[in-house]
Design a protein around this ligand. Structure first.
Ligand SMILES: [Fe+2]
Length: 181
């Protein structure tokens, strides 16, 4: 599956524009992390772009979240490495590979970054930097739904939390227009 096919699939199944933006954010961050690790940007991007594909139908049944996506993508012959990362993101398997660990931590970080940008008077990601996001990270009550332990687990990959935040902020800045931020 190439990127255009993946985006078409996302748009055909996910009506909620904010959820599509979330998936685009995760795609951008995963590509940024792939570059950092010298890994395959296309594959990592697909893991980010597709990871919440089944959200509309599993929102009330979180035990199925991820499994439904994997079934859909397996029929379309998507690489099993990507499917494993998608299964690991809601905790159906322990994140082990760099791709799995990255998606696991990217997912909540994108939400924290968006929440932080929206509290800034300009509401523009161009004003955000690592320091700004790290301050919000440390305010545990701010965007409390963004699981800090899950974000901080990125350090298991050998990349520090600060570097990770910097890569993700930069990656999301590159698609600011698409995100409306
Ligand atoms: Fe997600």
């Amino acid at each position: 599956m190439n990127r255009d096919e993946a985006l078409e699939l996302v748009k055909s199944r996910v009506e909620n524009k904010n959820l599509v933006k979330h998936m685009l954010s995760c795609e951008a961050c995963m590509r940024g992390m792939a570059k950092r690790f010298n890994e395959n940007e296309e594959e990592w991007g697909l893991a980010g772009l597709l990871h919440d594909l089944d959200y509309p139908e599993t929102v009330n049944d979180p035990a199925k979240h991820g499994y439904v996506t994997v079934e859909m993508l397996r029929e379309r012959k998507v690489n099993e490495k990507i499917l494993d990362a998608i299964l690991a993101h809601p905790g159906h398997k322990k994140p082990e590979t760099l791709m799995e660990k990255s998606l696991y931590s990217v997912d909540p970080l994108t939400g924290l970054i968006v929440a932080a940008v929206l509290m800034h008077p300009e509401k523009k990601i161009s004003y955000a930097d690592t320091e700004f996001i790290m301050r919000r990270f440390k305010e545990r009550r701010f965007a409390a739904g963004a699981n800090r332990d899950q974000i901080a687990a990125i350090s298991e990959t050998g990349v520090s939390l600060e570097e990770f935040v910097g890569i993700c902020v930069q990656s999301m800045k590159e698609i600011a227009a698409e995100l409306g931020l």
